[in-house]
Design a protein around this ligand. Structure first.
Ligand SMILES: Nc1ncnc2c1ncn2[C@@H]1O[C@H](COP(=O)(O)OP(=O)(O)OP(=O)(O)O)[C@@H](O)[C@H]1O
Ligand SMILES: [Mg+2]
Length: 261
């Protein structure tokens, strides 16, 4: 049994006055315990929809979505989520208090929760901004606080939807390094959506590419077997990049043609 089993999954949306939209149809994907699975695919194909269902905020309209063999019925503490473009920090709490908040709800003693929150604030490089309120933080800083908030609960599964998308190139590189380190140290399982093929190769143990929507499903998946040398000078890296790039480009092109129809 895999940690996550997505079996023949479908999701349609019914919007008043329009015919139903079959966003996902016949998606199959298994994610093993401890994997770092990156999900790629054209814009609008349904990546966020899959993540939202894994988080338990939406239900499939067909097929199965199993977590350790059981259907995902609701959100749970075992899964932490960083949503796409998330701006859900509490405006009346400082950065530090925002990171601490989930631990407070779980009745973690004050000294311990402060220590843990500071550790993750430090990890995302925001010690100097820890006492600022969200309105006093830049977009990238807010995004990093959101990541710290997801990490601090040390969840079994991390669900992240383009979490580094809003960051400048240098911070992004540092955060990629940190995420990979956290993943190695904690043994957490990660589902990570990105549009950046390099990012998926640097971070992933597996890369799953979705087809263009509607009725999106799995196009192909790749095991990343590069070991620690994940640099462009490694010929295997370039080979993998080219293979993924080719199919992503094909799917993006299909999606563009569908838009023109
Ligand atoms: N609540 C909803 N109601 C109706 N349609 C929806 C809803 N949520 C998503 N969709 C549609 O489902 C499809 C998949 O959307 P989704 O946000 O999952 O795509 P995505 O792959 O995450 O795209 P991006 O890369 O741009 O973030 C799109 O056609 C979108 O318009
Ligand atoms: Mg999305």
């Amino acid at each position: 049994m895999s940690l996550i089993d997505i079996r023949n999954l479908s999701k349609s949306f019914v919007t008043r006055g329009r015919s139903p939209l079959f966003a996902i149809e016949g998606l199959n994907l298994s994610i093993e315990n401890g994997e770092f699975c990156c999900l790629l695919g054209p814009s609008g194909c349904g990546k966020s929809t899959v993540l939202t269902m894994l988080a338990g905020f939406e239900q499939p309209t067909g097929g199965e979505l199993l977590l350790a063999g059981r259907p995902i019925a609701a959100p749970g503490r075992d899964r932490a989520v960083v949503f796409q473009g998330d701006d859900s920090l509490y405006s009346w709490l400082t950065a530090l208090e925002n990171v601490e908040f989930g631990l407070k709800i779980q009745n973690v003693p004050k000294a311990e929760r402060r220590e843990r929150a500071l550790k993750y604030i430090d990890m995302v490089g925001l010690m100097r901004a820890k006492d600022r309120y969200p309105s006093e933080l830049s977009g990238g800083m807010k995004q990093r606080i959101q990541i710290a908030r997801a990490l601090v609960g040390e969840p079994k599964i991390l669900l992240m939807d383009e979490p580094l998308g809003a960051l400048d190139a240098q911070t992004r590189e540092v955060m990629q390094f940190e995420l990979r380190r956290i993943w190695e140290q904690t043994g957490t399982s990660v589902v990570f959506i990105t549009h950046d093929i390099d990012e998926s190769i640097i971070l992933g143990t597996r890369i799953a590419v979705m087809t263009a929507g509607p009725s999106a499903h799995l196009r192909e998946q790749f095991d990343v077997t590069l070991g620690d040398d994940r640099s462009r000078t490694n010929p295997e890296y370039t080979r993998l990049y080219e293979r993924i790039h080719t199919i992503v480009r094909e799917e993006v092109e299909k999606s563009r043609r569908a838009d023109l129809r």
